[in-house]
Design a protein. Structure first.
Length: 231
C-alpha cells in the first residue's frame, strides 16, 4: 500500500499515525472481526491486513513495488485461518499486526534523533498492544490510583460536571483499547483529569462503585508520571 511520508516528521506526527493505524487494527480484529474473518478466505492468494492513519483497514494483496514504499505486514494471514482455532488465529494476526505497526512507526522515525525515538517508543509503549487488547490481557491491569464517576447510558460524567453526548459531537475513543464510544457496548467510561483522555472502565479495571470514592482520577499511565492531583 502506497502512503506518503509526512514532509515534516515529528514525534507527535508519527505517534498520531501509529494511533490511527492501531485503531484500524482494533476495528478489524474486534468490532468488525466477522467481516475481517470472512475476507481472509484461505482459497484466495496471499493476503495482508493493512490499516491507515485515518483508522480504516483493508485486507489486500501485498504491494507490487520491490522494495515497497513502507514495511509490509505479514503475508498470507488467510492461509492459517481454518487450520487453527479462531481464538489462536486472531491472536496470531494481532501479534503480527503489532510488529507491523512498530515497523512503520520506526521507518518514519529513521530521520529523528535518538532522544526523539526514545520518547516515541515510550508514548507507544504506554498503550496496550493490539495483542493485549485482542486476547483480553489489557483488561487485567489494575490502575495505580483510585477511580471516579460513571457514564450511564448516554451521559458522560466529567469531574463535577456532566455533559450529554449529542449527535454530531466529536467522537470519543478509549485511550487504552482505541474503541469508539458510539460502537461500544461498555457504557461506563471515565475521564483522566491529567491527560484528558476517556477510558472504558473495564480497560482500566474500575467500576462505578469504585469511581464514586474519588474526586480526581489519573489514568494508569499518568499515575506513573505524576502524583494524583489535589485541590
Amino acid at each position: 500500500m502506497a502512503e506518503n511520508q509526512p514532509t515534516a516528521v515529528t514525534v507527535e506526527g508519527i505517534f498520531e499515525g501509529y494511533q490511527g493505524r492501531r485503531h484500524g487494527m482494533l476495528k478489524a480484529l474486534i468490532t468488525e472481526r466477522k467481516k475481517f474473518f470472512d475476507l481472509c478466505d484461505p482459497a484466495h492468494v496471499n493476503l495482508c491486513l493493512y490499516s491507515f492513519p485515518d483508522g480504516e483497514w483493508e485486507v489486500s494483496k501485498p504491494a507490487d513495488e520491490i522494495p515497497s514504499e513502507l514495511p509490509e505486514p505479514c503475508l498470507g494471514i488467510n492461509f492459517s485461518r481454518d487450520g487453527i482455532s479462531s481464538k489462536d488465529w486472531f491472536s496470531l494476526v494481532s501479534a503480527h499486526s503489532d510488529s507491523w505497526l512498530m515497523a512503520v512507526a520506526f521507518f518514519y522515525a529513521a530521520t529523528i534523533s535518538k532522544e526523539e525515538r526514545a520518547r516515541l517508543f515510550d508514548m507507544i509503549n504506554d498503550l496496550p498492544t493490539v495483542y493485549e487488547v485482542v486476547t483480553g490481557q489489557a483488561f487485567m491491569a489494575q490502575p495505580a490510583g483510585p477511580l471516579r464517576h460513571e457514564i450511564d447510558g448516554e451521559v458522560i460524567a466529567e469531574g463535577n460536571n456532566s455533559e450529554e453526548v449529542e449527535d454530531g459531537d466529536e467522537e470519543a475513543y478509549c485511550g487504552a483499547c482505541g474503541g469508539s464510544y458510539s460502537s461500544s457496548k461498555l457504557k461506563f467510561w471515565i475521564l483522566c483529569d491529567a491527560c484528558k483522555k476517556w477510558f472504558h472502565g473495564k480497560c482500566v479495571g474500575t467500576t462505578s462503585t469504585k469511581a464514586e470514592q474519588i474526586e480526581y482520577y489519573n489514568c494508569p499511565t499518568c499515575a506513573k508520571k505524576r502524583p494524583l492531583q489535589r485541590t
